[in-house]
Design a protein around this ligand. Sequence first.
Ligand SMILES: Nc1ncnc2c1ncn2[C@@H]1O[C@H](COP(=O)(O)OP(=O)(O)O)[C@@H](O)[C@H]1O
Ligand SMILES: [Mg+2]
Length: 362
Amino acid sequence: MNHGFLWCPHCGHPHELRVRFCPATGVALDRAMNKTALKGHPLLGRVVEGRYRVSELIGHGGKGFVFGAEDLRTKSHVAIKVVVEPTATESILRLEREATLIAALRHPHICSLLDVGWLAGVGPYLVMERLFGATLAQSIRDSGQLPIDLALHLMMQVLSALDAAHSMNVVHRDIKPSNIFVTGHDGMPPIAKVLDFGYARKTDGFMSRLTTPGLRVGTRRYLAPEVRLGGEGTDRSDIFACGMVLFEMLTGKLPFRGTTVVQTERAVVQGDRRWLLGDRPDAPAALGWAVHNALSPKVDHRMSARELHGELRRIAAALRPGLVLVTDDESPSSVRRSPGRGSWVSREELGGEEPSSSSGRG
Ligand SMILES: Nc1ncnc2c1ncn2[C@@H]1O[C@H](COP(=O)(O)OP(=O)(O)O)[C@@H](O)[C@H]1O
Ligand SMILES: [Mg+2]
């Protein structure tokens, strides 16, 4: 499936290739005309700082455009993120802050930052490792539901990234399938990378506030009830979003369903969530409870990233009794794989040793 983009000559923004009418103007999209309009962005076709040859738009969200480029010095692929609105001070500050946070957060499951810079007419730019594969949003769209062990494997990696962020008092605030990238090599376990720290916030007051208190940031659909009600959002609000993503990975649907927006909103706030096994009867009950806990309307009922990671690991181990999923930081050197990889390893290979599990449900 082609996940490319074409630049819309009608509203000036890119749309996915599958979109046939401009969502802003309703005008039918003429593909040939859009290909010409793609030349519209000042970065396309340009060599930035004599080093990065920008060739194509590979993604965009509400705040940024992400371009594919070649690093002419290292002959490698990179991704360059810029703001959609180079004249908006808040967007510029947000991208600069995103760079500072991901530089500090270096983690195998967080997309790494390679370089930063500034260009007239474009504003700040972030050079990141180029990921190949698809976002989790695309994967869910393409496959409907993911196999249970794959969903567990990917979510454990996301939680390990969030545990690192939370331990540095960073809350992501926009965990959703389009901000999780699934990459890897053929025949190897897939690797999840968390993207887009554009709405992230330091909770220890070290960084200046970019949003007015009480103003909601993040994507409405994945917002925790306390954030919908005007709260700031904490590490446990990220866990709520992980519960939403896990439910969606496993069922292709969301756990809160009202017939109107207001009803859905009320269901989220009241914790009126669907039972996972109703939509995914082959899931183990323990997984149903883990998701139910992550989606609790009571913030202090939700597990931490580390606790939920431990819970999912136990569930995964029970699914495959002869195998244990180890990640690089917890595997003995004899079975150590490349950094950040999770691998299914037989218990004999581990020497009969149980991997140490993080603390149980809080
Ligand atoms: N390093 C990367 N490699 C490949 N694609 C990426 C990379 N970073 C982002 N993307 C793509 O661009 C999209 C938008 O990136 P994101 O950082 O989420 O921007 P925004 O802040 O606008 O939401 C992502 O959903 C993904 O499809
Ligand atoms: Mg995004």
